[in-house]
Design a protein around this ligand. Structure first.
Ligand code: URA
Length: 247
C-alpha cells in the first residue's frame, strides 16, 4: 500500500500523523495517543498465568489446518469457494479474531483482505505490528452467503477450530474485531459500546474488543475510541511483559 493511502487511513482513524525526517509516521503516532485517560480494566490480566510457547506443535497445527480445509460440519461448505483458516505467525503474541470471511476473503483464502482488511492492517501498523507477526482469523472459517450474520449452528461447529488455534498459538492478547466477534466470544448480547474499553479474559488470555474496521469506515466519529482500544491492548501486553521480567 502506498504511503499516501496509509496516511489517509491513519487520518481517518484520528491518529495524529507526524512526518519526521527518518522515523516512520506510525512510530510517532503511537506515543502521542498513549495519554488517553478513560480506560477501564474489568479483570487483572497481569495476574493471569501466561506461559508463552517456545514452539507451537506444528504437527497439530497441520492437522487442524487440514480439518478446517475439509470441513463439512455445516451448510456453508456448499457455498464457500474455500475455507479461510487464518494467516500470520503461528506463535504470535497477538491473536486477532474477526467475524467471518467476506467475498474477497472467500476468493483469496485469507482473512481481512478487502477494504476493511486494509484498514485493519493500518490499525495494526499504528501500534507497531505487521500482519506477519500477528495471527488473524475469524469466528467462522467459511463465508456466509451475502455476508449475512453467522448462524448459531455455524458458530457452534466452528468454535472448536478457534479454540484449538488459540491453544496452539498461546497468544498474550486477543483482539476481538467487531460486535459479532465480541458478542460471540464473550457469549453476551451486550452492545459493543459496552464491551469496548475494558480488558476481558478468554480462556485465561486477556481480550480487548475493538470496533470493526468496516464500521469505522462508515462511522468516523468512533475512530478515536478504536484508537484508545488499540492502545489499551498494547498497554496490556506491555504490562504483562514487564511483570514477566520482574518475576
Ligand atoms: N470482516 C471480518 O470480520 N473478517 C474478515 O476476514 C473480513 C471482513
Amino acid at each position: 500500500m502506498n504511503n499516501a493511502i496509509r496516511l489517509q487511513y491513519l487520518a481517518a482513524m484520528g491518529i495524529n500523523v507526524w512526518l519526521p525526517r527518518v522515523v516512520s509516521a506510525v512510530e510517532h503516532a503511537l506515543p502521542t495517543a498513549m495519554t488517553e485517560p478513560d480506560i477501564l480494566m474489568t479483570t487483572n490480566p497481569i495476574e493471569d498465568e501466561q506461559v508463552h510457547p517456545t514452539l507451537a506443535n506444528s504437527n497439530d497445527w497441520d492437522i487442524l489446518k487440514s480439518e478446517v480445509q475439509n470441513c463439512t460440519l455445516c451448510a456453508l461448505c456448499n457455498s464457500r469457494t474455500q475455507t479461510v483458516f487464518g494467516t500470520g505467525n503461528q506463535r504470535a503474541d497477538w491473536l486477532i479474531i474477526g467475524e467471518a470471511p467476506g467475498e474477497q476473503e472467500d476468493k483469496q483464502g485469507q482473512p481481512f483482505v478487502g477494504v476493511a482488511g486494509q484498514l485493519l492492517t493500518e490499525m495494526l501498523r499504528a501500534i507497531g505490528l505487521s500482519r506477519e507477526e500477528v495471527f488473524i482469523t475469524n469466528i467462522l472459517k467459511c463465508r456466509p452467503p451475502n455476508n449475512r450474520d453467522p448462524h448459531v449452528d455455524e458458530i457452534k461447529h466452528c468454535k472448536d477450530y478457534l479454540q484449538r488455534q488459540q491453544q496452539l498459538i498461546k497468544p498474550k492478547i486477543i483482539l476481538a474485531v467487531g460486535r459479532i466477534a465480541a458478542q460471540t466470544l464473550l457469549e453476551t448480547n451486550d452492545p459493543l459500546a459496552k464491551l469496548r474499553g475494558k480488558v476481558h479474559t478468554l480462556n485465561n488470555t486477556p481480550m480487548v474488543v475493538v470496533y470493526h474496521p468496516a464500521y469505522l469506515l462508515r462511522s468516523l466519529p468512533e475512530k478515536r475510541k478504536a484508537w484508545q482500544d488499540l492502545q489499551l491492548a498494547k498497554q496490556t501486553v506491555i504490562a504483562m511483559e514487564n511483570k514477566i521480567c520482574v518475576d
